[in-house]
Design a protein around this ligand. Structure first.
Ligand code: TRP
Length: 356
């Protein structure tokens, strides 16, 4: 199908570091497949990264390239898909300002992902205005491209709900879409913005390889929690991480009965091991105390290395030609600007704020 006629998709990542297995099962794996069916846009959200790292600009800059390398390494194809840097698309910033007028201030404070971040990152009362604004900026990342579908991990669901609210309000206030219109009718009734669909990955929230948090529940995989396996980890690093990974703390030897539930070892096998029969049998033996942790970990190492190693090898090839990688990002950003500028004109016309 002609690329331009395909339904449009937008998603992306904040440039906070290299991508890990949590990103992979949450969203990235989906994207690679969806390139065949959608006109895909991927934002590398550097301003969003700066909302909690305004004092570390060099790190954010470096991480834009890390995410770009990871995208290319997993198989996002810059010939078919558009990868761009958020701050180099000014229309997004302009739309953020207009959208901010449509969102009541207390509504921002009710966002559970924002609340979690304030708590988990220890922001206290010290978060900036720009930090609170980021969900609106994310709505602008998305709506600038008027996509139909947005594949994300579960923690992004509140931001997509806000994105839909902004689009509905905009269309009702400025495009005279009936307040009772179905979401699917907004474009047909003359709305500028589609009411986007969320697509969740097969695993909504992958756990990390470390011990549970203070409340006893397993923590999500995250670079800052130091419990991640990266898509760029070499086999030796994967081996060390899996060998040291948290399993059933009450199982001291292979003949002890083990617990499979809430055990990262088995969560990882169930998520990544294609040999379902082995996993099922090994889980039974683990429960009965007839298989050792080490054997199960060895199997997991093989599975993870065969998932990650082809990605890492492709990354190494791209790392050798960083100028080429930069040129791909520049081309993607130019293409993104064309689309986003078209949207901005439509939005300004609808708002009667196009003067010249
Ligand atoms: N907030 C997303 C994350 O932390 C990254 C992101 C920025 C994004 N803009 C987006 C995701 C637009 C989807 C659509 O992973």
């Amino acid at each position: 199908m002609n690329k331009e006629l395909r339904p449009r998709l937008l998603t992306g990542d904040t440039s906070t570091g290299r991508l890990h297995l949590g990103h992979w099962v949450g969203s990235i794996e989906n994207r690679v497949r969806m390139q065949d069916h959608y006109d895909c846009y991927f934002v590398i959200a550097n301003i969003q990264a700066m909302t909690t790292r305004m004092d570390r600009p060099a790190e954010v800059h470096q991480n834009v390239m890390e995410v770009m390398l990871d995208y290319l390494a997993v198989g996002i194809d810059p010939k078919r898909s558009t990868i761009f840097v958020q701050s180099e698309v000014p229309a997004i910033a302009e739309l953020t300002v207009f959208f901010s007028l449509l969102v009541p201030y207390p509504r921002l404070m009710r966002n559970p992902t924002i609340k979690d971040e304030i708590r988990d990152k220890g922001l206290g009362d010290n978060y900036s205005v720009g930090f609170l604004l980021y969900p609106i900026s994310q709505a602008a990342d998305i709506l600038s491209f008027r996509p139909q579908i947005v594949p994300v991990g579960e923690d992004q669901v509140p931001h997509l709900e806000l994105t839909r609210e902004v689009a509905r309000r905009f269309n009702q206030i400025y495009c005279h879409v009936d307040p009772h219109a179905e979401d699917s009718q907004h474009l047909a009734q003359g709305g500028v913005f589609p009411i986007v669909e969320t697509k969740l990955g097969r695993t909504k929230r992958l756990v990390g390889i470390g011990a549970p948090g203070p409340d006893g529940s397993l923590l999500k995989m995250s670079k800052s929690l130091n419990n991640a396996i990266f898509l760029s980890d070499d086999p030796d690093t994967i081996k060390k991480k899996v060998m040291a990974m948290y399993t059933d703390p009450n199982r001291l030897k292979a003949t002890d009965k083990g617990t499979v539930e809430n055990n990262p070892l088995w969560i990882f096998h169930e998520t990544f091991n294609p040999d379902k029969k082995w996993v099922q049998e090994a889980e039974e033996r683990y429960r009965a105390g007839t298989i050792g942790d080490v054997e199960c970990k060895r199997q997991l190492i093989d599975v993870l290395v065969s998932t990650i190693e082809p990605i890492r090898q492709r990354r190494i090839q791209f790392e050798k030609d960083i100028h080429y990688v930069q040129s791909l990002l520049k081309e993607g950003t130019a293409k993104a600007n064309e689309t986003a500028n078209t949207t901005l004109i439509l939005a300004k016309e609808a708002m009667r704020q196009r003067y010249f």
